[in-house]
Each structure stands twice: as structure tokens, then as C-alpha cells.
Design a protein around this ligand. Sequence first.
Ligand code: UFG
Length: 337
Amino acid sequence: MGSVLLTGGTGFIGSHTAVELLLAGRDVVLLDDLSNSEAGVAERIGRIAGRQPPFVRADAADRRALRRVFLDWDIEAVVHFAGFKAVGESAARPLAYYRNNLDSALSLLETMAEFGCRRFIFSSSATVYGERCPVPYREDMPAGDCSSPYGRTKYMIEEILKDAAAADGSLSVVLLRYFNPIGAHESGLIGEKPSGIPNNLMPYITQVAAGLRPRLNVFGNDYPTRDGTCVRDYIHVTDLARGHLAALGFAEAHRGTEIFNLGTGRGFSVLEVVRAFGEATGQPVPFEFAPRRPGDLPEFYADASKAEAVLGWRAEKSLADMCRDSWRWQQNALKQD
Ligand code: UFG
């Protein structure tokens, strides 16, 4: 068997997926430009997995660098995590988001065609369902009504991949629509490290618990949900990573494009997450209500039944596990700085 190329391999989801693939006996090559992660992550992946994967520092849109990788290793599949991912920033810098996210997907597809690599697993997002889809989101609902340029890059890349697979019957494309990944590896060695003020809920909560920020702003308490705060489908990043292992196995036996939601199928409100964090860690999280954040939908969660039926995968870890592992990582990350 050849190697699996992980673009964004030292990022949050890429690093956890690298660990799970290595532990399952797969060889991986990590590619990352380190624009939103650190080189030390590659070494820590190796420490957890007991074997050091090769690391290449390069932009996933850089065709020369990609050719080098495909010449140096027998790449049998690509899992494409690399990309700009901040929803708010994407509205301020749309061209940078379209250029960066679309270019890397196209460069990868062109390089794969040149080297005869036939399997592409793509990190998509539940954001492609948009506000018109009722919850729970199912893979066969019409997608594309996204609320941000970031979301539209995900949807456009999905469409590019579908077209590529339709034109080349030997290509196997798997679109994985992630819900809200949180948590960290239970070793405490890898996790999410946002630069600056965190945009996402869990990194903000752990920074408040660590005393780095005075309180959490809960964006909106007048949504039509059970307690007025937004509901999301939070999934442990290790569960999500294992979903990629299942998707790779699927891609080996199939052709064409297949879409899978990677979520738990269960939603929690912001206030429920805050409460669960306090109970799981013993750390209180002071908060206050703040105005709604533009673009937030009141409630979304996955219908996770297709991944279970077809891939034999489902999320196993609880919200308490997610909170404990996020907190352990926050404490470790602080020690490293
Ligand atoms: N929230 C707060 N305070 C914060 C941060 C978040 O109350 O400081 C709330 C948000 O309003 C939202 C919930 O916590 O209700 C979750 O917010 P996140 O930013 O953690 O996650 P989102 O659901 O907004 O983001 C996710 C994915 C994106 C995707 C987006 C589409 O991370 O990739 O959904 O809505 F594009």
C-alpha cells in the first residue's frame, strides 16, 4: 500500500487524522505551510503514534511542491484539509478565500491526474446546507445556500470534485461534511491552537476557564431554541478523525462521488455546553449575553445515519469527553508557550 497525503496535516483535524491513520497501520505524508500550525505538531503526532511521519512544508496550491511529493512517495489517496476557515474573515477578504481554497483543490486534482492517483477525500462543512434546509441535515438535501464566502468555497470545491469524478470514471471522491469539531487528543499533546482571539466556542470557553479572558460572550439568547441560545452538533475531533479512516476504506472500493455527514446526530445549546464544561472539569465559565453574531443559524445538527449504515462509523465520545479533553489540551498548550 502507498501513502496517504494529508494537506493541512499539522492543523487541528489533520493532525488527529494523521494519528488515527498511523495507529491503523497506514503510511501518511503531512503537507502544511504552517500558516496556522507549528512544525512541532509533526513530531508530536509521531510521539503519539509511535512512528514519525514525513513532513513537507509547502502550500497545497504549489504544483511544483506537490509534484515533488508525488515523485518522492507513492501517494494512493489525498485527504485535503488545508484551507482558510474563518467565517468572519472570509466576508472581509473574499478574494483571498476563493484564491487560496479553490487553487489548492485544483492543483491537487491536476497533480493527482498526472500521477494516476484516484482517491480524494475532502473536508467539507455542514455550512453548505444553509438556512433553507430543515434539521436534521441529510446528505440528499439541496446544498449551496451558504451564508459566507468561506462556506461558498466549500460548496464550490464540492461541485468541482463532482464534475471531475463525472468526467473520469476511475476517480473516487468522498465529501465529508463536518459538523462542529471540538475536543483534543486524550494524550494532551495535540489540539486546536487558534491565533489571537478565538472565533469558535470551545477554544473561547477554555481560555476563559484558564483566566486568559474574563468571560464568554454568548451570542444571542432570543433564538427559537429550547433555551434561546444556538444549537450545534459538537463532535469529538478523534471521532471525526476516525471517520476519515472509514472514508478511505470506502473510497478504495467505490468510484464516483459520495457525501457523508460527520456529526453525532445530537445538538447542544451554547448554555448546555457551558454547563457541561463546568461539570466535566470543575472550572466555572463566567458568561454574559451579547447580541447575535451575524450569519449564525439558530440550530443545526446531522442526520448521521448514512455514515453509520455505509461506512460503519459513528461518533462514540460524549460531550463530557470533549470538554475534558479540550481543557487538558488548553492546560498543556499553556505549558508549551
Ligand atoms: N458562540 C458564542 N460565543 C463565542 C463563540 C461562539 O456564543 O465566543 C456561539 C455561536 O454564536 C454559535 C455557537 O457558539 O451559536 C458555535 O459557534 P462556533 O463559532 O464554535 O461554530 P459555528 O457553528 O459558528 O461554526 C461552524 C463551523 C464553520 C461553519 C459554520 C457555519 O466551525 O466551519 O459553522 O455556520 F462555517
